[in-house]
Design a protein around this ligand. Structure first.
Ligand code: ADP
Ligand code: MG
Length: 434
């Protein structure tokens, strides 16, 4: 069959062209799953056949046979690889993409719908749908995942594409190293003949002018040749500081999409999906909801919390139920809260104002009743509202942590009987916004 196709190609092409590309291409005895393996003498030939001639070869095949077969053009060594691992078709393009970052494993919701849709279109039609695609959003919201999903998708559809994923930081160090060594060979090799360029965290090039200069060339060359470029950043291009205008304006010339924080339902969906990927165990919905409620900032945190619950339950051979999750995550939630809202100083001034006493006395050692109650209330608020540790509170009040503990306990107990105290605490909480 190959010989017939070959003869037909010979008729269609100029003799020198034919000889140059197909002269040394030979068929193998290998045929499986409707694929006939054809060996190319080198990558250039393979690339050329797949890029330029594949369509017409398919056309010829259709004309001369009714069999459902296709040719697969490979290098010698790929066949050898194939023998060792006879189930999967070998993954031919070698790239550094994380194979878990796919469109299938990406949970879509309000926060990322537009980005996701645009990304799928870019992947289906690299270089032609929009170029460049610029994705921005804060940390842990799925930019890298989405970008690599584009790469993984394209790499499946175009096995011969050279797809390069790099952190902008890596580009900077490659370039700096080439400059220092005065040797650009490796640099040029790595950054030439790329079909798809994925540059992650472009903000890392801020103020790195000569690297930007260099990148500008690569970027333009890609765009001018309809080669897809995807860029991610933690902010919109207009907010990049220390960037060449001509570069940032080029970033805006394609499509710009952003990824936002997922809402509660979306967080639960993400957790469901991750739980399925991580463990065979069934994780109850109340556990997932608890995690989704407490980890709201980004997906990486969500994943981290879920991961902890699952791994710990495996380690201790315990049921990952709600109580278990609460116990395990307590530490993480505690360290998180004061970060979000560490304005406890404001609370201290609210309390001293309310009791019309100097703050220094409230924080001091005087045992007068008019200082002691507000002091204990303050300790109680710092603990419950700001999640400070007993040690931290002790150092604010220059006392021993056991005194803090007994102060807090006193408030907890008295609150139940003393209506006035209860009201005072409610007022403080209202004033500090909680
Ligand atoms: P970024 O690059 O924006 O900092 P990443 O892409 O590294 O974020 O995402 C952090 C983690 O969260 C990754 O493990 C990623 O798989 C996961 N993730 C983020 N968004 C989603 C999503 N929508 N669906 C599934 N997983 C997600
Ligand atoms: Mg990232």
């Amino acid at each position: 069959l190959w010989n017939s196709v070959r003869d037909e190609l010979k008729n269609q092409l100029a003799p020198s062209t034919f000889e140059e590309t197909f002269g040394k291409v030979k068929r193998t005895a290998k045929e499986e799953n409707g694929l006939i393996y054809i060996i190319c003498p080198n990558t250039v030939t393979k690339f050329k056949i797949n890029q330029v001639y594949y369509k017409s070869i398919e056309g010829i095949l259709k004309k001369i046979t009714s069999r459902q077969v296709k040719f697969k053009f490979v290098l010698d060594e790929e066949i050898i690889e194939k023998k060792q691992d006879s189930i999967d078709i070998p993954k031919i393009s070698v790239n550094n993409l994380n194979l878990n970052y796919t469109f299938e494993s990406f949970v879509v919701g309000e926060s990322n719908k537009r980005s996701w849709l645009t990304a799928t279109k870019v992947a289906e039609d690299p270089g032609y749908f929009v170029n460049p695609l610029y994705i921005f959003g804060s940390v842990g919201l799925g930019k890298t995942h989405l970008m690599q999903a584009i790469g993984n998708f394209i790499s499946e559809m175009h096995i011969d594409f050279k797809i390069l994923y790099i952190q902008a930081q890596e580009y900077f160090s490659d370039y700096t190293k080439a400059c220092a060594d005065k040797n650009f060979e490796a640099f040029e090799k790595k950054y030439s003949t790329i079909d798809v360029l994925l540059v992650d965290d472009i903000q890392m090039l801020e103020k790195k002018v000569s690297t930007q200069e260099q990148f500008f060339n690569l970027f333009n060359e890609m765009i001018n040749n309809n080669k897809q470029v995807v860029i991610t950043s933690d902010r919109p291009a207009s907010k990049l500081n220390g960037f060449m205008d001509r570069l940032t304006s080029r970033f805006n010339s394609g499509i710009v999409v952003d990824i936002n924080q997922p809402d509660f339902n979306q967080r639960v969906s993400i957790l469901k999906k991750k739980a399925e990927e991580m463990t065979a165990k069934q994780i109850n919905d109340d556990v997932l909801a608890y995690i989704a409620e407490n980890f709201t900032d980004n997906v990486r945190e969500l994943e981290g919390a879920l991961n902890r619950v699952i791994r710990m339950s495996e380690l201790f051979n315990a049921e990952p139920n709600l109580q278990f999750a609460k116990d395990e995550l307590q530490v993480l939630i505690k360290v998180k809260k004061p970060k979000e809202d560490n304005n406890y100083e404001n609370a201290l001034s609210v309390i001293s104002d309310m009791y019309s006493i100097p703050q220094a006395d409230m924080l001091g050692k005087s045992r007068q009743e008019k200082y002691v109650t507000p002091r204990h209330i303050s300790m109680y608020i710092l603990k419950t509202k700001y999640s400070l540790t007993l040690q931290q509170i002790a150092s604010i009040f220059s006392c021993h942590h056991t005194s803090v503990m007994s102060g807090i306990q006193k408030i907890e107990k008295e609150q139940e009987e003393n209506e006035e105290l209860k009201l005072a605490i409610e007022t403080v909480l209202k004033k500090i916004g909680g």
